[in-house]
Design a protein around this ligand. Structure first.
Ligand SMILES: CC(C)(COP(=O)(O)OP(=O)(O)OC[C@H]1O[C@@H](n2cnc3c(N)ncnc32)[C@H](O)[C@@H]1OP(=O)(O)O)[C@@H](O)C(=O)NCCC(=O)NCCS
Length: 135
């Protein structure tokens, strides 16, 4: 069974293995934990059978108008079971009082996010690729 939690209590880097699939220079599990600790909101999907985190979403917010969702990922072994959709649904519910909730995604994922009432828009981004694994 999958349990969803907004708490990092008792979560260790050991439980955060296998994420950032395909990233050339990924954050390690310790850095991943720091990312979660530094986020305004987080939601984890935990597989009760082994206690591993199998999916997560985070958000950074000013608490007044805006929130940005930088990361959403479900481990390949647990994809296509509705976990990603549940993470997005619960995070949007948490942020529902804000004016703007934004994220960046590839075009092929736009239909996934449209299911939640989000709509495509243009965006600009800047990347320091030498910092991809974290500061
Ligand atoms: C996107 C992601 C979080 C979805 O997680 P999930 O638990 O598999 O999502 P759900 O089971 O709720 O929904 C799956 C549906 O999402 C859509 N979807 C998922 N990945 C997709 C992709 N790369 N392109 C197009 N549609 C995609 C499909 O409609 C899929 O339906 P299917 O299961 O019938 O194939 C997961 O694929 C993932 O971690 N991908 C790698 C990281 C990533 O791209 N994150 C998003 C950053 S914006």
């Amino acid at each position: 069974m999958i349990t969803y939690t907004t708490s990092l209590d008792g979560i260790t880097a050991d439980q955060l293995q296998g994420f950032f699939v395909g990233w050339p220079n990924p954050p390690n599990p310790e850095t991943h934990l720091k990312i979660l600790q530094g986020s305004t909101h987080i939601l984890l999907a935990i597989d009760d059978t082994d206690g591993k985190v199998v999916g997560f979403i985070n958000a950074i917010s000013d608490g007044v108008l805006n929130a940005f969702i930088p990361l959403l990922e479900v481990l390949p072994s647990h994809q296509h079971q509705g976990i990603g959709a549940e993470l997005v649904r619960q995070m949007l519910d948490t942020l529902r009082n804000l004016y703007a909730i934004d994220l960046l995604c590839d075009a092929d994922l736009q239909p996934f996010y449209e299911r939640f009432g989000m709509r495509p828009y243009s965006a600009m981004l800047y990347r320091n690729y030498d910092r991809q694994s974290g500061v």
